[in-house]
Design a protein around this ligand. Structure first.
Ligand code: C2O
Ligand code: CU
Ligand code: CU
Length: 423
């Protein structure tokens, strides 16, 4: 009798080389390949078994960023897979459709492993037929875009070592899906892009070079309360946004690109749209419930988090990460309000992107004000300006020990991280 395979997917962290530049291969890391990883696609409600295997010469972990799984499957820093070892994790996509991602999380070397290429997209996909008819043909009108910046040395190698004590690696080379000088041929009038800020440290503000607007439909954890027309979007490291761009009214002879805040074209488009000028059906939905219920808005603050410092002097509530210490406890399924304050220093301070594992939260207030329409959706990471105080409604659907940390990966490696035990 044949034994069924005891897993559905295998994800292998491995070494490789990538041809970024003519003639000189760069040493990189990847999942199931030389750089980045395959997009894992789970259906809403589906359970899959994933065999994770470490073929690197150093310990790693496999973390499913944004997936609400039990602490045992979350792949935090204590869940180390040694070189040559493997294990099977069970991932249940028990949450709304969303664009999530996966990356390593070993204590003190997350930043370097991600910098070398370990990251991939993880989708929870819509099954609900009532849902708005969004473009959903992978690679055709539904495209993942991983934005990263990298620094290369004179031998065209990824040069990490000099940068370890900084506020994170900021590179002068832009990569989209691991490609330098990318270009995308657009073949459909309405395109959906799932954007991940996959940089270690840099914030991106994305615009369209022709000044056109686009529609943000989703934040980190799924569809927004309602679609929002935008002319720019800022994402801090690890944040995602799904946007729709309507190319039907754009002239194909004007250069169109996604740019950064300085106007650098990060992703130029080539228009080759079939089906001509058919009228676009406008996509909208109305969520008849309010984003936050009255009783949610009036919950008292029960957890206070203070982010502080720069370089290697970063702390949360005055402490650095200690794997032996549980910093907070919260009951499974019970919503609490976390107030996260980014305390400035004499220099003014800096933005910290704050992330919590094992939950998709809602922003209740940003410095006393209700969040912008494009932040009225589920989130797992939030950009916090120096001096800002953000209130989050946090619920953990599963039990376990989860990390919360700054997603500037060098800050995380320098101990800007704590642990919450969900019981
Ligand atoms: Cu992107 Cu601790 O995670
Ligand atoms: Cu995470
Ligand atoms: Cu930080």
């Amino acid at each position: 009798k044949q034994k069924e395979s005891d897993f559905d997917y295998e994800v292998v962290a491995q070494e490789g080389t990538t041809q970024f530049f003519d003639g000189s291969p760069t040493n990189t890391y990847g999942y199931n390949g030389n750089l980045l990883g395959p997009t894992l696609q789970l259906k809403e409600g589906e359970t899959v078994k994933v065999k994770v295997r470490n073929e690197l010469n150093e310990p790693t972990t496999f973390h499913w960023h944004g997936l609400e799984v039990p602490g045992t499957e979350d792949g935090g820093p204590s869940d180390v897979i040694q070189p040559g070892e493997s294990k099977i994790v069970t991932l249940k996509a028990d949450q709304p459709a969303a664009t999530l991602w996966y990356h390593p999380h070993p204590h003190k070397s997350t930043a370097e492993q991600v910098f070398k290429g370990l990251a991939g997209m993880l989708y929870v996909e819509e099954t609900d037929e009532e849902a708005p008819a969004l473009p959903h043909t992978y690679g055709v009108d539904d495209i993942p875009l991983i934005f990263q910046d990298r620094l290369f040395d004179e031998n065209k190698q990824l040069d990490y070592k000099n940068l370890m004590n900084s506020d994170g690696t900021i590179g002068d080379v832009s990569l989209v899906n691991g490609t330098i000088n990318p270009k995308l041929t657009v073949t459909k009038p309405l395109m959906r892009f799932r954007i991940l800020n996959g940089a270690n440290a840099r914030n991106y503000t994305f615009r369209l070079s022709n000044g056109a607007t686009f529609t943000q439909i989703a934040s980190d954890g799924g569809l927004l309360h309602e679609p929002v027309e935008m002319d720019e979007i800022t994402l801090s490291p690890s944040e995602r946004a799904e946007i729709l761009i309507d190319f039907s009214a754009m002239e194909s002879d004007e250069p169109i690109a996604i740019t950064d805040e300085e106007g650098n074209a990060l992703l130029p488009f080539d228009l080759d749209i079939d089906g001509g000028t058919e009228e676009m059906e406008s996509i909208s939905w109305t969520d008849d419930t309010t984003f936050l219920k009255e009783e949610e808005k009036s919950l008292p603050v029960s957890k206070k988090i203070e982010l502080f410092g720069m370089m290697d002097k970063v702390t949360i509530n005055g402490k650095k990460f200690d794997p032996e210490r549980i910093d907070l406890r919260q009951k499974k399924g019970v919503s609490e309000v976390w107030e996260v304050y980014n305390k400035p220093d004499e220099m003014g301070g800096m933005i910290h992107p704050f992330h919590i594992h094992g939950t998709q939260f809602k922003i209740i207030l940003r410095d006393g004000r209700e969040p912008a329409p494009n932040e009225q959706g589920l989130k797992d990471s939030v950009l916090i300006e120096p001096g800002e105080r953000v209130r989050l409604l946090v619920t953990f659907p599963e039990e376990g020990i989860y990390m919360y940390h700054c997603h500037i990966l060098e800050h995380e490696d320098n101990g800007m991280m704590g642990q919450v035990e969900v019981y």
